[in-house]
Structure formats: C-alpha cells, structure tokens
Design a protein around this ligand. Structure first.
Ligand code: CUA
Length: 330
C-alpha cells in the first residue's frame, strides 16, 4: 500500500516535470541568437532552466499529491504515527542538489571563461557612451559612426567607455552586456553569426533620455561590409539605409524631439516646430553640432549629445539641416 502511494506520487511528479520542462523549451522566450557567445550563453541558460523546472515540478508534484492523498479525515484529530529519520533519504536529498549545483557552476565557469577571453586575430571597435547617444570608432578605418557595424563571422573586441555617467552596452541578440564607466575602459567580445539589424540598448539608468539611448547594431555579409568600409574612405560615410534627411532625423533625432514633418513626438528635447520656426540654416547647423551654444528655454545643457558633428558625415549633416529647414518653414 505504502509502496503503491510512493510510486503514484513519483509518477505524478515526473509527469509534471516533463510537461513543465516541455513548456520551458517550446515557448520562444529568448531573442534571436546572433553571436557565437549567444549560443554558449543559451546552452548554460537551458541547462540550468531545465534542471530547475524539473526539480520544481517534482517537488510541487509530490507536495500537491501528498496534501491530497494523506489529508486528515474530518473525525481524525490524531497526530499520526511518529516518524523517524531515514538516513538513506537524507543522504540522497543532500547529495543530489549538491551534484546539480556543482554541475551548473562548472558549466557556467567554463562558458564565462570562454566568452571573456580575447579572441586572437580580432578587430577592435571603440564605443563611447554619453547622455544619450552612442558613438562607435573604427580605428582600422579611421572613422566614427552612430551605428555599430560588424562583419559576419569576425571576432570583435568591443572596447567601451563613457564621458559623463555610467551607461551599459547591450545587444540582446549578442547576449553580451558590459558597463560603460567614465574614466575606465571595459571590454566585451562578440563574433556575430547572423546578418541583420539589431539594437544597441543602454541598460543602466542614466538620466532623462535613458530609454531613448539606442543605436543600430548592423551585421553585414563580407561583400556588404567591404562595400561599407570602402564607401567611408576619406571621411565618415553613411551607414546602409541612411540616405535622406528624413531617414537621418527618424534614426537619430525623433526619439527626443517633436517634429510634425517626421511625425515625431519626442519630449526630451525641445519641440522643433516651435524652436526652429523662422531660423536660418546656420542656426540649425549650430544647434545640431553644438547644442549648448543656445539653449531653448526650460532645457538644461548637455541633455543633447555634442557628437553629431563627428558621427554624421558632412553630406548627412547637410541633408539633415536642409530637411529641418524645409520642415519648419513649410
Ligand atoms: Cu545611457 Cu541609460
């Protein structure tokens, strides 16, 4: 009788474990995995998740079954028979969790070591974070961009710093995340494995514009990367897709500014339909490259990055100024 109860209990627990484990694996919880590091991190994630789900379901299954099967009858107020320790059981429920935790730790340490080792033959990209923008310097190409552009399959060292407060560099599809701290340079490593456009996200609360502090992470095939790298020779070229003033505005400015012509409704910076109305080309140009030169009433200095003069090429800057000029005087 007792043996039968234990077998029933275990069957329910194991079934619950299998079902919950299947749900954990089938539902797509994670963003796309687009780097070698992501594949390794996901392997640890799934290893730990499956163990935890199985243990949870087993414990919950046994507890629920026991509560139902061994509940007291209405007229039975006895404490029941006294229970003595079971040495075998105690050894088992101590040794098994220890073995699981040790296995998870060893796996994690191995992966942590692999993803934090400088890859040989890597390229370096210098990342600068500031309220509330990213800039990416490519020393080999001698240029700085507002986009993170990577070549498929190439190992990269991402070298990160900040100019004002602490920010944090994160591309969910790469899984790699690293703080950007003023005064020191931190590193992270990425070998992209999927062509596509992802988002660089600031993941450290850094001020009013934190939630808008995004940039594009673009992974290009070898041929497209060559095209991009060569296009930029002799002065910062446009990243793929940025051709018109409207496109540049939407990409770089719309999250903070309101501008009817671009259907932008940002409120972190001034409403451009108001503050740029009737202004000339020179004023608009200066407002972009040197935003502290003349502040709109009610706005603090240094909210807008002063790096657009570097991160935008001359052609992009001209396109953006002309677009704004036309938009506010339409
Ligand atoms: Cu930078 Cu949050």
């Amino acid at each position: 009788m007792r043996r039968r109860a234990i077998i029933q209990m275990l069957v329910i627990g194991v079934l619950a474990g299998v079902v919950t484990g299947a749900v954990a694996v089938i539902v797509p919880w994670l963003p796309d995995a687009a780097s070698e590091q992501a594949d390794e991190i996901d392997a640890v994630y799934w290893f730990v998740t499956i163990i935890c789900v199985a243990v949870f379901a087993l414990v919950a299954g046994v507890a629920v079954y026991s509560g139902w099967k061994f509940r007291a009858k209405d007229d039975d107020m006895d404490d029941g028979a006294p229970i003595h320790g079971n040495t075998g059981l105690e050894v088992a429920w101590t040794a098994l969790p220890v073995a699981l935790v040790v296995a998870m730790s060893i796996f994690s340490i191995i992966v942590l070591d692999r993803i934090s080792t400088v890859p040989s033959d890597h390229r370096t990209i210098e990342v600068k974070a500031q309220q509330f923008a990213w800039s990416f310097t490519y020393p080999e190409l001698d240029r700085t961009e507002g986009d993170l552009v990577l070549e498929l399959g190439e190992p990269y060292e991402i070298s990160i710093t900040a100019t004002d407060v602490i920010h944090s560099f994160w591309v969910p599809e790469f899984r790699m995340k690293q703080d950007a701290v003023p005064g020191i340079v931190t590193q992270t490593y990425v070998t992209p494995t999927k062509v596509g456009t992802y988002q660089v996200i600031c993941t450290e609360l850094c001020g009013l514009g934190h939630s808008t502090m995004r940039a594009r992470a673009i992974v290009l095939s070898h041929a497209d990367y060559e095209k991009w790298a060569n296009a930029g020779k002799g002065g910062g070229g446009a990243a793929p897709g940025k051709t018109s003033g409207l496109a540049i505005f939407t990409d770089q400015c719309a999250s903070c500014h309101t501008l009817a012509a671009a259907e932008a409704t940002g409120t972190i910076g001034p409403d451009l339909d108001t503050v740029l109305a009737g202004k000339d080309e020179e004023f608009i140009h200066t407002s972009i490259v040197d935003p502290n030169a003349e502040l709109a009433p009610g706005f603090e200095p240094n909210i807008m990055p002063s790096t657009f003069g570097d991160s935008l090429s001359d052609a992009e800057l001209t396109a953006l100024v002309n677009f704004l000029l036309e938009s506010v005087n339409a």
